[in-house]
Design a protein around this ligand. Sequence first.
Ligand SMILES: [Cu+2]
Length: 490
Amino acid sequence: MPVDRRQFLQLGGMAALAYGAPSAWRAALSAPTATPGRADYTLRIARSLVELSPDHIVSTVTYNGQFPGPLLRFKEGQRTVVDIYNDTDTPEQLHWHGQIVPVDVDGSAEEGTPCIPAHGMRRITYVPGPAGFRFYHTHVVAGGDLTRGQYSAQAGPVYIEPRHEPGDHDREVFLVLKEFDPFFSQGGDMDMDFLAPATREQALQQRGESAMKASLAHGTPHGYEVGYQAFAINGRMLGHGEPIRVKQGERVLLHVLNASATEIRSLALPGHTFTVVALDGNPVPQPADVPVLWIGTAERVSAVVEMNHPGVWVLGDLDDDDRGHGMGIVVEYAGRTGKPQWRKPPEAKWDYRRFARPDARVQTPDAIIDLTFAKQNAAEHGFNRWTINGVPFDMHSRKPMLRLRHGARYRLRMHNASDDIHPIHLHRHSFEITRIAGQPAGGIIKDVVMLGGYQTMELDFSADQRGLSLFHCHSQLHMDFGFMALFDCA
Ligand SMILES: [Cu+2]
């Protein structure tokens, strides 16, 4: 009789022993996971095939055999039960990115969330929030293994419905951007200069450049970077998925998630502009029109596009090579046919301040904490090692870098002594951007933000969550090699 894994688990420990289950299975079976009642959602982590195009099929680890993982729609404040099964041979973590949840739910081993055992399961019961566009993804260390962590296809969108939906659009479309088939390269990363303000700090630049010069003078090559062979939106390479079908005059709300392990993405739609209404799922104080979206690793942008330029278009990445290898999706107006058209958009910088409160007034924090990020070129078996205030994260000691006072408001003054742009993320909190490269800002609430090369940025947040919270660069390649710290709030 064929028995599926779930039924098999329900047979209980004795039956499993009789079948000669491996020890990992026995551990899972004896764990107290069999809570009665149905889950609202079931997620299953397993290796499966993803068809990016008919002649490009990849084998990777997914949620429920698909990429992206299913869109989970939660209701703000409504208790939710999620069962997570792990059908792989290694323990997993599922992180509820952008939600404010307790440590045992959050999905970070560094904070102390229990893992989802190999061939086992965990039931999570919690109250989702805050409302808005969030996502879920794996949170394990990949190190040099490009099949693990966010190099796999473990990511899916979450939409937490607010009690009152602000609805100035006709419909919404979720887009998940992701690369596949990763490989290592050693050429040094490409310089990206799309951020405004562009001012670099001399002291940071001197420090970063002299460290790199000294390393290269010793004959050390550049540390490893990661490149990709295939690019996709919603798991399909450009031209291979269903187009976004629109009607003239329609207002389409795009919820765009960059689920990349390491990359910053851009998006443009020829002849159209994006009205950015929310960043990381939080409404911005000042919606503004832009011709191009720039989205750091793990960032989300919600933008309304008024469909007023009939045709068949490519909504795609500005990089010709990445778009040519799949990073795009076709937008097709009703009644229009033909080859999808791409046109380079007008030159535009990405400036978070465009969406900020005009007066840039911010609360005075109780304390200011300076954090300096630095790169040690190829210092760890050819990988760059990353430090925060001179210290790489120690997975084993899990010693908090900061002790926070509950209820106090903190300002993180982050100094980037490297030329890389870092998507900085704080778990279990939202923060407010209060200064970018010396310029004041206010009112933008986010959970990931791009910190420019050799720049300083200030983020304010309230320490209102007890326990450990992980602070890290969201690039898998950086976080795995030191770019993490724990904040403890008693
Ligand atoms: Cu980084």
